[in-house]
Design a protein around this ligand. Structure first.
Ligand SMILES: [Zn+2]
Ligand SMILES: [Zn+2]
Ligand SMILES: [Zn+2]
Length: 157
């Protein structure tokens, strides 16, 4: 190592003058971001940009849309390259959009959620309203189910 190199090392920067402490800077920034996130969440504003919340209740309208779009893009990319849309594992020759492990995980989650909702007398379909007495879902979901059954209307539900 040359003298210059040694000097640089002693000063905490590499030969190009970049600070070797840049990692600390990154960590600082993460901590700051977390603090910002927490304060925004406490203030009830969008945790990404700090604007008033939109309908989703967690992000403002713009950020919610952006997030949805990027989720859609990564989903489509995974589909195109035949990868699991949840974990990105290669899928091989299958028509499924998720790998076996993810499929199982989703199934488990769904059945746990179903049981929980049933236990609490909450609609097992939407989970938002109370289930009708003697039924596993709410009045509205029942009506939807009926409409689908009778009218064969798969459109706007
Ligand atoms: Zn926002
Ligand atoms: Zn997967
Ligand atoms: Zn419902």
């Amino acid at each position: 190592m040359s003298c210059v190199g040694l000097l640089c090392a002693a000063l905490g920067s590499d030969r190009n003058g970049r600070s070797l402490f840049f990692l600390e800077g990154v960590m600082d920034r993460n901590a700051r971001q977390r603090a910002v996130y927490r304060s925004r969440k406490a203030a009830g504003v969008c945790t990404i940009c700090g604007r008033p919340l939109g309908k989703s209740g967690r992000l403002c309208k713009t950020c919610a849309l952006n997030k949805r779009d990027s989720a859609k893009v990564s989903y489509e990319r995974a589909l195109e390259s035949k990868r699991c849309t949840r974990c990105g594992a290669p899928l091989g020759a299958t028509d499924s959009t998720m790998c076996a492990a993810c499929c199982q995980h989703i199934k488990d989650l769904a059945s746990v959620r179903y049981e929980l909702r049933k236990q609490h007398g909450v609609c097992v379909i939407c989970g938002k309203r109370r289930a009708e007495t003697g039924r596993s879902c709410c009045e509205r979901c029942l009506a939807k189910k009926r409409a689908r059954y009778h009218g064969g209307n798969y459109g706007e539900l």
